[in-house]
Design a protein around this ligand. Structure first.
Ligand SMILES: Nc1ncnc2c1ncn2[C@@H]1O[C@H](COP(=O)(O)OP(=O)(O)OP(=O)(O)O)[C@@H](O)[C@H]1O
Length: 246
């Protein structure tokens, strides 16, 4: 078994104008919750998209459960990046059944699994409602349910608390802690420093497409530490640019 469930080495992908991901290495072990934090536009989503093969890197590599992306067993992966995908004309339950089958869940186990995740994310009231009629927050719950129901060993989520109400945030917290306790590797991006401090073992700070440091989840003023790191990096970058133009 690979030491790390999620590995990235030297990942680079920049866009016109220079923004993007500029040489990132990252390792997440089984049972670990690893959070990525950074300002808007720091490169978190781009990094997660590269980790999932949704975007091709200019350089660098990704391994999931010890295998390169081309050989990854996607049935063992649960992800929600960008917006929650669901067929609007199908109900929550139908969408979840379909997703379970697409993740390789045997037909005889689907109903039980879908019912369990509907209860876990408190979607019971909406289980027979068409996905297209759901509120934003319940659509997010559906997307999370779809990513988590098949008990993946690798979980990658981009800002999963988006649109969730406080009870949804707590349910997601419990769901991720339970899966990590069962051995899943979780990589999650977030803007909510307090929330990631509650659940993450590792908090990595991304700025301008690079990893610039880590935050102590048990630190006293995590917000202050975050802004200090970002400010120091921005100042160092500005100083280096000034020297280069002399
Ligand atoms: N397809 C694209 N084409 C051009 N530029 C892009 C593309 N995707 C992302 N970018 C740029 O890359 C940078 C990083 O964007 P990204 O979405 O990864 O940041 P983020 O940290 O996830 O931000 P946020 O917290 O706002 O979601 C931004 O400047 C963004 O405009």
């Amino acid at each position: 078994m690979a030491e790390y469930a999620i590995e990235a080495e030297g990942l680079i992908r920049t866009f016109t104008g220079g923004a993007g991901v500029k040489g990132v290495g990252l390792h997440v072990g089984p049972g670990e919750i690893h959070a990525l934090v950074g300002l808007n536009g720091a490169g978190k989503s781009t990094l997660l998209r590269l980790m999932l093969g949704m975007l091709a890197p200019t350089a660098g590599s990704v391994r999931i459960a010890g295998r390169p992306l081309a050989q990854t067993d996607w049935s063992a992966v649960g992800h929600l990046v960008e917006y929650p995908l669901a067929y609007g004309e199908l109900t929550c339950r139908q969408n979840l059944s379909l997703s379970a089958r697409l993740h390789g869940v045997p037909a005889h186990r689907v109903d039980e699994m879908v019912s369990a995740v509907i209860a876990e994310l408190r979607l019971t009231e909406y289980s027979d409602r068409r996905a297209g009629k759901l509120s934003l927050g319940n659509r997010q719950r559906l997307g999370l349910a779809s990513a988590l129901q098949h008990r993946p060993s690798v979980i990658i989520l981009d800002e999963p608390t988006n649109a969730l109400d406080p009870s949804g945030v707590i349910l997601l917290r419990q769901a991720l802690l339970a899966r990590a306790a069962a051995g899943a590797a979780v990589l999650v991006s977030s803007h909510h420093l307090d929330e990631v401090a509650r659940i993450a073992n590792t908090i990595t700070v991304v700025n301008s497409g690079r990893i610039i440091g880590a935050l102590d989840p048990h630190g006293t003023d995590i917000e202050r530490s975050f802004f200090d790191l970002v400010l120091a990096d921005d100042e160092a970058t500005a100083a280096a640019a000034e020297v280069a133009t002399r």
